[in-house]
Design a protein. Sequence first.
Length: 85
Amino acid sequence: MDDYTGRGQLINRLASQVGDRKKALDILAKRGHVVPGTSKLTPTGIIRNNMTAEERAIQRAAKGSGKFTGMYQYDPKTNRATLKK
C-alpha cells in the first residue's frame, strides 16, 4: 500500500486501501465526503481531506468512545488510535 498519510490525500489513501479509485469514490460519496458521481469534495470532505491519516484515526476513535482526542496515540502500522497508557 502506498503511504498517503499527509494532508490532501483522502481520496488517494482510500483508493490505495481498497485497491480501486472508483470504489473509493463510491465509499466517500456514501459517507458524504464527495459529491456522488464525481471526485469533488463536499464541505465535510474538505475538512477530512485537510486532516492527516493520524488526525482522522484519532478523531474516529474519540468520536466512538466520547473521550478527548488528546487521550489517544496513533499507530501508523495499523492506522488505529488507542488510548495512551
